[in-house]
Design a protein around this ligand. Structure first.
Ligand code: SF4
Length: 789
């Protein structure tokens, strides 16, 4: 094993194409017919023709080409349609000296037949001391699956097969395989819950054009005199690609145990979001082969031409003498291929993961090594150098100012943590934009984004942001010359790497004489001295500073920022957006009492950096258990209560709350009270606002969940997860909201507070003044008054 890994590491550092070796893995679709009618596959349209018989299977796999094979995937079509499937496995074990692992993929459409076939197959595999893995295709829960698979009742049959396989002694592992296409992309979260609740591993793959499934290359067909272009089921639009990618990030962080699969998911995300080349490996590039149901030999099933008929030709010769065809595939197709085969990753990745595996054998993690005294100091120094380099790289973009902004159509650049935005950040942006447009209705807006696909989603969800031009930080720096005003659009000024970008933008603006505003920011959490210095420098570079509360103003002064007549305190700009839009919503509170949750996975590394990991985890576990118990108590007292978990963050940059809620709530006694409507597809901010307006009480932890709740006049209990560092407790105190420190959450007390708040009537929405402060600054700077909206 160790020797093989060393060989793999050496290989993975070589330039591709790698040396072609005898195959270690074989893909063997044993038939080309199917009893399902899947949207992403056309095999069901095939009529039975040639199919290798047992004698031919024996002949093909007697060839020395297969002497190194360790694993075979049996699929189809639907492999269990072949009554002789167990006999095929028997022959494979007899002929392949190193074969151990057989992996069967079934659609489970006819449960009784599939179960019977698996029973016989398992007996054969055990006879040869092999390993049997069964993957049942499941593409959604209930009707979603049936629609994808094109047969009503398919889901219930697939479940029967899963139940059969899970308790089968002869089956070593059971998996669910979900193919993601347009039809089921918004059902993948529900399927994830389904799998987790049954403790069955689930793997997701993107439906792709595939020549074995007769879905490539053309999708236009001649019917009568007309050519019809068929929309391809796997063509996900931008929104669906973002949705799927963020889901995959969630799997990487919270679920997927195998680093190879995590690496594959990361590669797929790059392909989905940036159209980036595939980085995942593929054994079929150098040590895998496909034998078709007709006995043909191919490299991979996705792109390879047929190399020859392995029933009558020498498979070894076909495999090695056609190497230029494989090289063509690697050169022309692999970079765009999203198929879910895995293989050797890039050398540095394999080396890193091997190192992690070795550490794991000694009960250690990479983080433990990083804490070693000398290494810790070196890593800190390196992080500082990287931070300064990053700042320098943005600063190097200065272009001397060109006066392109006219007095009427000012170009305004908004920066901040956009590209990682939560619902709160979206509302801040909406509030800032509304305030700008109240003074300059025709202003042109540039949004500097750290990850443009997230900001593009935001702009598509919020019509009020149009037309906003999204630029990256480097472009923003280059275009500072045409900017009339730079705005830091809310959120906390905190000690993170991206602060280097923001400080550089403010430095450039100052150097070019562009006025700048900190628009409704908090200060902290702070961190390393060089990052705190960047925060201080940014604050000092700004022409005007509007803090979102007094404690932020004080925190800035503690950093050494000297206050002047250009410092203000106003409520968070998100209040402004909620106020404007709540008036437009026209929703009424629901009849059933609804408790809205605005919780998050506690980022203890940021907010409890002074505690050891066990201490911080102890607080986290106690608080989560107390919240669950409190919710149980509230449901006991109010059995008709609906609990509505609302994700304030739906991207992985800020920790996707949907995964946290699913982990925290879905296997607890309160799951019957859960309304899961916000735990799948990300919706436009206005939809979440409507939920705040319809609810009766809220339990909030995320700062902007409290802001939304207060701005909607909703009776609220807040949880301060900052351990007294300010923002949550501060907003709660200003609006008389009961607030519990995370360290002191007690189930009974929390339940009492929620119950008491629930009996309160909705209060008037508070009057808030961010817009007036901001408009006054704009009027002063540019000599204009706000226009009525
Ligand atoms: S085209 Fe895809 S499946 Fe075929 S060898 Fe390349 S990466 Fe593998």
């Amino acid at each position: 094993m160790a020797v093989r890994r060393i060989v793999d590491i050496v290989e993975s550092f070589q330039k591709k194409p790698w040396k072609l070796r005898k195959p270690q893995v074989v893909q063997f679709p044993v038939n080309d017919i199917c009893d399902a009618k899947c949207q992403m596959c056309n095999i069901w349209q095939q009529h039975f023709d040639t199919q290798v018989n047992l004698a031919e299977v024996e002949k093909i796999f007697s060839n020395p080409l297969f002497s190194e094979v360790r694993g075979i995937g049996l699929n189809g079509g639907e492999p269990t349609l072949r009554p002789d499937l167990p006999d095929i496995a028997d022959i494979l074990y007899q002929k392949l000296p190193k074969l151990r692992h057989i992996s069967l993929i079934t659609n489970g459409t006819k449960a009784d037949r599939v179960a019977e076939r698996i029973d016989h197959l398992a007996a054969v595999v055990k006879k040869h001391a092999g390993y049997l893995d069964v993957m049942v295709s499941l593409d959604g829960v209930g009707e979603v699956h049936d629609r994808v698979r094109g047969r009503p009742g398919n889901f219930s049959n697939a479940i029967k097969v899963l139940e059969h396989v899970c308790q089968h002694e002869g089956v070593d592992s059971t998996r669910i395989g979900c193919t993601v296409i347009r039809e089921n992309v918004y059902g993948i979260h529900d399927l994830y819950d389904f799998a987790r609740e049954r403790d069955i591993y689930i793997k997701y793959r993107l439906g792709v054009p595939h020549q074995r499934l007769y879905t490539a290359p053309a999708e236009s067909r001649q019917i009568g005199k007309r050519t019809w272009i068929f929309t391809r089921p796997y063509d996900l639009d931008f929104k669906a690609r973002v949705h799927f990618s963020e889901f995959l990030w969630g799997l990487i962080k919270h679920y997927e145990p195998s680093w190879q699969q995590r690496y594959f998911y990361q590669s797929l995300i790059g392909q989905l979001i940036e159209n980036a080349p595939r980085t995942a490996g593929c054994d079929w590039q150098h040590r895998g082969v496909t034998v078709s149901a007709r006995g043909e030999l191919l490299y991979c099933a996705v792109q390879s031409p047929v190399l020859g008929d392995a029933r009558v030709e020498d498979a070894e010769k076909l495999y090695f003498e056609n190497k230029p065809k494989l090289e063509e595939i690697i050169k022309n197709n692999c970079a765009q291929c999203a198929h879910d085969y895995v293989g050797l990753p890039a050398g540095n990745v394999l080396l890193r993961e091997t190192f992690n595996e070795v550490l794991g054998k000694f009960g250690l993690e990479a983080a433990d090594i990083k804490r070693l005294p000398g290494l810790k100091t070196w890593l800190k120094r390196r992080a500082r150098q990287r931070f300064l380099k990053r700042e320098k790289s943005v600063l190097s973009n200065v272009v001397y100012r060109s006066e392109s902004s006219s007095k009427n159509t000012l170009t305004i650049l908004v920066c901040g943590w956009y590209g990682t935005e939560t619902l709160g950040d979206k509302a801040i942006l909406g509030g800032v934009m509304a305030s700008i447009r109240s003074v300059f209705p025709d202003s042109k807006l540039l949004l500097a984004s750290l990850n443009s696909y997230i900001s593009r989603s935001t702009c598509e969800q919020m019509p009020e942001l149009a037309p906003v031009e999204i630029v990256d930080v480097q472009q923003a720096a280059k275009r500072m010359g045409e900017v009339a005003l730079l705005v830091f659009g809310g959120g906390p000024l905190m000690a993170i790497d991206e602060m280097a970008d923001m400080d550089a933008l403010f430095s450039i603006a100052k150097g070019l004489g562009v006025p700048s505003v900190i628009a409704g920011c908090g200060v902290g959490p702070l961190g390393d001295a060089y990052k705190n210095a960047a925060i201080k420098h940014l604050l000092q570079s700004a022409s005007y500073r509007i803090y979102r509360d007094d404690s932020s103003s004080k925190a800035a002064q503690a950093l050494g920022v000297i206050s002047s007549g250009r410092d203000f305190v106003a409520e968070d700009p998100a209040f402004e957006w909620v106020k404007i839009n709540a008036d437009k919503c026209h929703v009424t509170r629901t009849n059933r009492p609804t408790l809205l949750l605005g919780l998050r996975d506690w980022p203890y590394r940021e907010y409890a950096a002074h505690l050891s990991q066990p201490e911080a985890l102890d607080i986290k576990h106690r608080f989560e258990a107390a919240v669950i118990s409190a919710l149980e108590l509230v449901v006991e007292r109010e059995p008709s209560l609906v609990i509505l978990p609302l994700p304030m963050c739906t991207n992985h940059f800020g920790d996707d709350d949907r995964f946290f809620y699913r982990k925290l709530l879905t296997s607890t006694p309160i799951k019957k009270a859960l309304d899961r409507r916000f735990l799948a597809e990300e919706l436009a901010p206005i939809k979440y606002l409507e939920a705040f307006l319809e609810a009766h009480v809220a339990l909030t932890m995320r700062f902007h969940a409290s802001v939304f709740s207060i701005a909607c006049g909703l009776p609220t209990v807040a949880l301060d997860y900052t351990l007294g560092q300010g923002k949550v407790a501060s907003v709660a105190q200003r609006f008389n909201v009961p607030c519990l420190d995370l360290r002191d959450v007690d189930a009974n007390r929390l339940a009492d507070l929620l119950h008491r708040q629930m009996s309160q009537s909705v209060v008037d929405r508070p009057a808030l003044e961010f817009s007036s402060v901001f408009s006054a600054i704009l009027a002063k700077e540019f000599g204009r008054q706000a226009v009525s909206s």
